[in-house]
Design a protein around this ligand. Sequence first.
Ligand code: CTP
Length: 413
Amino acid sequence: MFSGQRILLIVSGGIAAYKSLELIRRLREGGATVRCILTRAGAEFVTPLSLAALSGDKVYDDLFSLTDEAEMGHIELSRDADLLVVAPASADLLAKMATGQADDLATTALLATDKPILVAPAMNVRMWEHAATQANMALLDERGVLSVGPSEGEMACGEFGFGRLAEPEEIAAAIADFFRSNNRLRGTRALVTSGPTYEAIDPVRYIANRSSGRQGHAIADALSRLGAETTLISGPTGLGDPPGVRVVRVESAEDMMAACQAALPVGVAVCAAAVADWKVTSANPQKLKKDGGLPRLDLAPNPDILASLSAAGTERPALVIGFAAETENVIEHAKAKRAKKGCDWILANDVGPATGTFGGARNRIHMIDDRGVEAWPVMTKTAVAAELAERIADHLAAGSGKGPAARRGKTAA
Ligand code: CTP
């Protein structure tokens, strides 16, 4: 089940830390190589010796150990793994992950890694339900950190509720799921556009829009997590590069178009960028001065990237997906847009000022394909991205037909 996979297991403090021993046994039985980091609090509950005996490797537990640094630096430790698993993940460690602290080996490895992370939280029910922990988990979820549990039950402290560490077999099953889906798009090339474009008025001023790039970046991240060789072509955003994704930064719509063409051929293209519809033909090579009077801006249409990818002849990706940003008559406009642009799927979202979609963390999607309209529940942009990536994988696996194959089943309108 885990043959050839390298797992870095971080054991933090908590009465449930003993379950990590059983988890190691299962992972190794499945063929994984397991390396362990034990936090200082974790060492109050399990000994380095028992972790070392079960993992068959030395246990890393001291950021400042010169021997460890010489053998394997803390950065290599995390880079060398296919997956980082934090089990149990205490409230404290989750808070440190959310705020990017790095004051011991575990937190340093977690901050330095560009590898996927799965956390299995375990704590007292009140700590779990506290707004701070829930906000930390939401932030980690938005960043693509996977989680399993906690489950409900009697706690060591005598209370009852959510907070118990998931059982080792559940954690092992979540890890197996991760490795299964991690390979679903291996061998597929993907192209994603994201962010706004800037259309120059003069060397310091430009026309732009309110797109944050969060949805597009999340989609590139989700496709890459399923194993796709992903190119993200992004207008200016304040976002970091998703790990493992080739990022091409552009400013104008024309540059974005050229970068997209250079990225072909791909199996799937997702156009999530809010491309400016017009460019300024009268862009001035020098900064316009106020005392020169009111400037006149002549506009010309920009190339339509989605439409041109959809009509790319032999270079056309097998699946072309667009977004429709609408402020009214969302579904009607999106259906018309799909027909006009010739793409396979359109994900319509309401970007009216009251929705908070532009720049916000959540999105309400209506997905339109040749079978109709499907309303998705309100989801975080990360969840929308993960859902879309799974559907893309389903569709490409099904090999034909224009709709997402197996996973359909929500409300169709
Ligand atoms: N799009 C594109 N190139 C453009 C304009 C839009 O690739 N020059 C893509 C967007 O990335 C999105 C889809 O087309 O996937 C629809 O974008 P949207 O802004 O909703 O529509 P427009 O085509 O700009 O039409 P309108 O502004 O009239 O709604």
